[in-house]
Design a protein around this ligand. Structure first.
Ligand code: ADP
Ligand code: MG
Length: 280
C-alpha cells in the first residue's frame, strides 16, 4: 500500500511543479487590429504571492488577466502557468488548467435566474460532484464569505457587495491554486469595497492562495499591503510595527507596458515621475 503511494508518479511530479513560479510572462505582446495592447510584458508570480495590478483604464490589465487564463492568445512571447506553457496549449488542456484557476469578474457574472446555491455550485455540477457533497461545499464557501443566509436567494435580490461575495465563493469552491480577481471592488462604495478586500486578504493569509488582483483603487492596494487577516477575530488588522506584507507585490501597467514590477517599499520609494504622479 505504502509502496503503491510512493510509486504514484503524481507524488513525485507535483512537488517540484508546485515550487515553480505559478505565473510567468515572458516578452508577451498582443495587438488588436493595429493597436498594440500589451508590448513585451515580462513578470513572474511566485507561489503564495498576491500580485496587485494597477494602472490607468485601457492599459491592458484585463487583457493580461485573460491571457493568464488562456482566454486570449498572445501574438508573441510565452506564458507559463503552473509550470506549463499555455501559449500553444490545445483547448482540452486549457480546460483542465482552468479547473485549477478561480476567476472573479468585475461584473460578478452570476446567472440571475438560478439560486445563489446553484451559482456557487456551478463548477461542481459541471464536474458531476454528488449533490450532497456539492451542498456541503457550497455552505462552506458561503460561510467563508459570510453569506450562508443567502443560499436560497437569487442574484437580483442581493446588493452589489453581496453579489461580489457570491462570485468569490464561486471562485474558491474548487480550492483553486490561482485566483484571478478583475477589479473585485469596481462599482462598490468604499465601505463595501473594504469588506471585499478583507476577503481577498483572508484568502491570502488563511489559504495562501497565489493570486492576481486588478484594482483601480490605490486604497485597496495599500490596505492589502499593510494589514493581515486575524483568524481569531475574523477581521483584518494593521501589521505590527508598521510592517508590510511581504507576499504582496505590484505590477503597474501603462499603455501596454510594465512601468513598475516590485514590492511595496520599492513602489512607494520609486522616484519615477510618472509613477509618483499616478500614486499621488
Ligand atoms: N477583445 C478585444 N478586441 C479589441 N480590443 C480589445 C479587446 N479587449 C480589449 N481591447 C482593447 O485593449 C485595450 C486594453 O483593454 P483592457 O485590458 O480592458 O484595459 P484595462 O487596463 O482597463 O483593463 C483597450 O484599448 C481595449 O479597447
Ligand atoms: Mg479592465
Amino acid at each position: 500500500m505504502a509502496e503503491d503511494l510512493l510509486t504514484r508518479d503524481d507524488v513525485h511530479q507535483d512537488q517540484p511543479v508546485e515550487r515553480d513560479p505559478v505565473v510567468v510572462f515572458d516578452n508577451v505582446s498582443i495587438t488588436f487590429d493595429v493597436k498594440p495592447v500589451l508590448e513585451d510584458i515580462s513578470f513572474t508570480v511566485a507561489h503564495g504571492e498576491t500580485r496587485i495590478i494597477l494602472g490607468p483604464a485601457g492599459g491592458g490589465k484585463s487583457v493580461l488577466m485573460k491571457l493568464a487564463d488562456g482566454l486570449l492568445k498572445a501574438d508573441s512571447g510565452t506564458i507559463h502557468v503552473f509550470g506549463q506553457d499555455i501559449t500553444r496549449m490545445p483547448e482540452t488542456e486549457l480546460f483542465k488548467l482552468r479547473a485549477r484557476i478561480g476567476m472573479v469578474f468585475q461584473e460578478s457574472a452570476l446567472f440571475d435566474s438560478i439560486s445563489v446555491e446553484d451559482n456557487v455550485a456551478y463548477r461542481l455540477h459541471e464536474d458531476l460532484v454528488p449533490e450532497e457533497e456539492a451542498h456541503d461545499r457550497v455552505v462552506e464557501a458561503l460561510r467563508f464569505v459570510g453569506l450562508e443566509q443567502a443560499i436560497a436567494k437569487f442574484p437580483p435580490e442581493l446588493s452589489g457587495g453581496m453579489r461580489r461575495r457570491v462570485s468569490i465563493a464561486r471562485a474558491i469552491i474548487s480550492q483553486p491554486d490561482l485566483i484571478l480577481y478583475d477589479s473585485p471592488t469596481g462599482g462598490l462604495d468604499p465601505i463595501t469595497s473594504t469588506t471585499i478586500i478583507e476577503l481577498v486578504m483572508k484568502q491570502r493569509d488563511v489559504s495562501h492562495t497565489t493570486s492576481l488582483m486588478i484594482t483601480h483603487r490605490l486604497q485597496d492596494a495599500f490596505t492589502l499591503a499593510m494589514n493581515r487577516f486575524n483568524p481569531e477575530t475574523e477581521k483584518m488588522e494593521p501589521l505590527p510595527d508598521g510592517g508590510i506584507d511581504e507576499s504582496t507585490k505590484f505590477l503597474v501597467l501603462n499603455e501596454g507596458r510594465v512601468v513598475f514590477d516590485g514590492n511595496t517599499r520599492e513602489l512607494v520609494r520609486s522616484d519615477d515621475p510618472w509613477l509618483r504622479q499616478f500614486l499621488s
